[in-house]
Design a protein around this ligand. Sequence first.
Ligand code: GDD
Ligand code: MG
Length: 344
Amino acid sequence: MKGLILAGGKGTRLRPLTINTPKPIVPVANSPFLLYQIDLMQSGGIEEIILSLSYQPRKIEDLLKDGSDYGTRIRYAVEANPLGTGGAFKNAEEHLDSTTVVFNGDVLTSIDLSAVLALHRERGAVATLVLTPVDNPSAYGLVETTPDGLVRRFVEKPGPNEITCNTINAGIYVLEPSVLRYMPKGEPYSFERGLFPALLENKELVLAYILDKYWIDIGTPKKYLEVHHDILAGRFVSRRVAPDHLDRSALPAGTIVDKKSIIDSDVRIGSGVRIENSVIGRNCKIDEGVQIIDSVVWSGNTIDTDSRIVGSLVGKGCYIGRSVSLRAGVVLGDKTVVTDYSQL
Ligand code: GDD
Ligand code: MG
């Protein structure tokens, strides 16, 4: 059995955070995102993972190397030009000689992968698609099922009149190598708009596994912030969540850092600071009177006196001047300089 992670998208919706850091390795609770997915692959008994890359592949390869630091074996399949989700899978064809578990490289879940694999084998499916219920399917692939657990219809990014159910494609598949024959080689091809509809048209056995566990696609600033709040509230638990490094008993006068916030190493915190429900990366300097609430701050940032950051995302190495106010939804790219007293 093999694993393949689709990790070649440009992460446009998560810009500017993804300008220097490809989405698959943005930090989630101070650990590169792909580590959570590698753990999940391992939980399903997968010993070899193919990373399908296209955008900034070197940064991902330099971090994960051959996988041995993380207890797995990683191979890389790099596309010179993005080939889409299906094209990326086809591009890795030479490695795909057995049942393969595929993940979209931006979904985080506490799925029981062994249960999905067991169902797939039991019913002899060609493809098993994991589905999850959501309130609004329009940003996803809507998937209709039959009462006996088969996929009936797949509609990627359905329009308002096409929303017939609340189950969507969770971006986790089990595929048999036989699906490769439906896929063209060396040209852009989509799982969602090409392969899945083709399998259904050809009456192949496509199963649905409906998830009742935590699931999120981290690919927008709103969702990226949400996953952090879920982790801090204990709604998603993983050994990859980085430990908190702050000695709260040694904080300066008047400083409060709530217990749920996660503060990485080498963070200097001044007096009268308030940090709540937030994640702070390593090597940050947080001056007197600063407030950081419901936010995610990456590494190497300086936040000057009396600034207030609420519900916002701050990339690496920024300088935020004094008495700045960042309010809900602000996203700062790496190395941003914000002038004293600015309000965003
Ligand atoms: N290698 C490679 N090459 N990977 C790619 C390419 C490509 O050309 N294009 C996209 N990917 C990767 C992305 O990096 C991401 O991990 C995954 O494929 C899905 O792409 P997204 O751009 O994040 O798609 P989406 O979120 O709009 O929709 C997809 O995910 C939803 C669940 O979150 C679809 O699969 C939907 O059907 C699904 O509901
Ligand atoms: Mg996505």
